[in-house]
Ligand binder design. Structure first.
Ligand code: PMP
Length: 284
């Protein structure tokens, strides 16, 4: 079951007019929210980021936070899996094709649920491969825009190379992955690229730094030079669906000894503990 513009329906029944600006221009924003045991994870943070994305593209938020929450709760209830991945999209609606904003057009609101596919045990125990590529996206990567063609092309480079992710480098600095944030561990310290217009402010990125701070795991938010990647002790990618994954080969070379490192194992444990605690403390 999905939600589209005020109605819940089976996905097969959901239809968007061809003049939707999401289809024509990629003129919209989105969120992906993991749901564990029927509880949306960090929902408040996702809705805040949605608001920031909408503000960035000058599109009014069609719903108050409590309405979003109600729609999401109903949709989660209408779908079977205990663990779901919610995809939520708002576009500037349906209008005659013209680049300029249409006047008085209702936004299109779409929410769908898919089964959540967490990382496999093997990805966690062995890590994944990544490649690097030049970050040729636009200069507003902090907006979670549905215009994802650059990300699509960059991710495909990883798939073509038999890898899980493409790490992006702009002006000699690591920005993020094609669909994830990236961290490096150097001399036992977690390094995180500072938030800017050149990366998406990840919900998982924030949680990793929050957990590091709360558990006295050393971290530093600073620019990471591409040259630091080759000699990193550890490299991680994070996202709501992939959680935290160790990158154990980069451009075909092992990262350090080619095995997930001790700081990853600690952070992965803290993350799983945090998730379990959130689920335990939630009202039934
Ligand atoms: N950067 C990009 C480009 C992404 O697509 C994603 C995944 N949505 C992330 C970072 C990670 O963000 P989050 O932790 O909020 O999923």
């Amino acid at each position: 079951m999905i939600y589209l513009n005020g109605e819940f329906m089976p996905i097969e029944k959901a239809v968007i007019p061809v003049l939707d600006r999401g289809f024509i221009f990629g003129d919209g924003v989105y969120e992906v929210i993991p749901v564990y045991s029927r509880l949306p994870f960090r929902l408040g943070e996702h809705l805040e980021r949605l608001q920031a994305s909408l503000d960035s593209i000058r599109l009014g938020n069609p719903h108050e936070a409590n309405t979003w929450q109600e729609l999401i709760t109903r949709l989660v209830g209408l779908n079977e899996p205990e663990d779901q991945s919610l995809y939520l999209q708002v576009t500037r609606g349906v209008a005659r094709r013209d680049h300029a904003f249409p006047a008085n057009t209702a936004p299109t609101v779409f929410i769908m649920s898919s089964p959540l596919l967490p990382p496999t045990a093997e990805q966690i125990s062995d890590g994944v491969g990544a490649i690097t590529a030049s970050d040729n996206r636009w200069a507003r990567c902090n907006v979670k825009s549905t215009s994802l063609l650059p990300n699509v092309l960059l991710r495909q480079l990883a798939v073509d190379a038999g890898c899980a992710e493409t790490l992006l480098v702009r002006d000699g600095q690591l920005t993020e992955g094609s669909a994830s944030n990236a961290f490096v561990v150097s001399n036992g310290i977690i390094l995180a690229p500072p938030k800017s217009n050149l990366m998406l402010p990840g919900i998982t990125y924030d949680l990793v730094l929050e957990l590091a701070a709360a558990n006295n795991v050393a971290y530093e938010v600073r620019n990471i030079a591409e040259t630091e990647l080759a000699r990193a002790d550890e490299i991680w990618i994070t996202s709501s669906s992939r959680e935290i994954l160790p990158v154990t080969t980069l451009n075909g070379q092992p990262v350090s000894n080619g095995r997930p490192g001790p700081v990853f194992k600690r952070m992965h444990g803290l993350y799983q503990e945090y998730k379990a605690q959130v689920m335990r403390s939630a009202p039934v």
